[in-house]
Design a protein around this ligand. Structure first.
Ligand SMILES: Nc1ccn([C@@H]2O[C@H](COP(=O)(O)OP(=O)(O)OP(=O)(O)O)[C@@H](O)[C@H]2O)c(=O)n1
Ligand SMILES: C[C@](O)(CO)[C@H](O)COP(=O)(O)O
Length: 233
């Protein structure tokens, strides 16, 4: 067994409100495969993970019909109200198996287009780093800040020279991430990604440039786009 080990968490307990679909978006299909199965296979088939934890909604009744249900590398737990709650639930479910300084990679179930080269580069870049970091893409568009009120009107153009879009996987030491998320939730400090929790604890995670086509399926038009991207990978 090599140390530190790699653990994978794929939060899949969301309901996909913005997708406006009949089923949670992680259970929509592309080429007759659940998006969740595509995401899990693209990660587990391209790095040596010691285990994978998938937090699911208590109302999830699709999991038994996935490919992943038959994969003995994958465990499930019950997710929480917010993404951060689901990730912390998964960390707690793994804590008897993982060591303090093992790495944990957290990747959205809704990001099936993650490229193996980005996964390998993230792991290689961060493996000796004391804190960890995340895949991210430099902002390529001009950014406008809206004034209060409707209709939305430009209040300012934001300097984008040091702005990046956070992607996933995000990769941190198991113990440090667990404590950071616990501190955020104890303080009522809502976070939408793991890096924000690490920043709240005073760290400066490394930004590792990743492909901008590692999209998160969020709104209806993202589904066809993800299908096109996957067809080209
Ligand atoms: N309580 C939650 C909320 C989200 N997620 C997961 O976190 C990932 C990214 O979150 P997001 O894109 O916001 O998914 P949803 O919360 O499902 O989308 P929405 O905000 O539109 O409802 C998704 O894979 C989602 O399943 C989760 O595990 N637990
Ligand atoms: C984790 C994430 O995908 C990084 O951009 C994003 O923060 C998830 O946010 P969401 O509101 O839960 O989709």
């Amino acid at each position: 067994m090599t140390y530190p080990r790699l653990w994978l968490i794929v939060p899949a307990a969301g309901i996909g409100k913005r997708m406006k679909s009949e089923v949670p978006k992680q259970y929509l299909t592309l080429s007759n495969r659940f998006i969740l199965d595509i995401t899990l296979s693209r990660l587990l088939d391209n790095a040596d993970f010691s285990g994978c934890m998938v937090p699911l909604s208590p109302q999830d009744h699709w999991w038994p019909d996935t490919e992943a249900v038959n994969d003995d590398r994958i465990q499930t737990c019950t997710g929480g109200e917010e993404r951060a709650d689901s990730v912390l639930s998964a960390l707690h479910a793994l804590q008897e198996q993982a060591d303090e300084n093992d790495w944990v990679l957290v990747h959205d179930a809704a990001r099936p287009c993650v490229h193996p080269d980005d996964l390998a580069n993230l792991i290689d870049t961060l493996s000796g780093h004391p804190v960890g970091g995340l895949l991210a893409a430099p902002v390529a568009d001009t950014l406008k800040q809206a004034a209060e009120g409707q209709p939305a009107e430009v209040e300012a153009t934001v300097d984008r020279s040091r702005l990046w879009r956070a992607l996933t996987p995000q990769m941190f030491r198991f113990g440090a991430l667990t404590r950071a998320l616990e501190a955020c939730l104890d303080a009522g400090h809502g976070v939408t990604d793991e890096s924000s929790a690490m920043e709240f604890s005073g760290n400066m995670p490394v930004l590792v440039e990743g492909r901008p086509d590692n999209i998160k399926i969020t709104v209806p038009s993202d589904l066809a786009l993800a299908g096109f991207i996957l067809s080209r990978l």
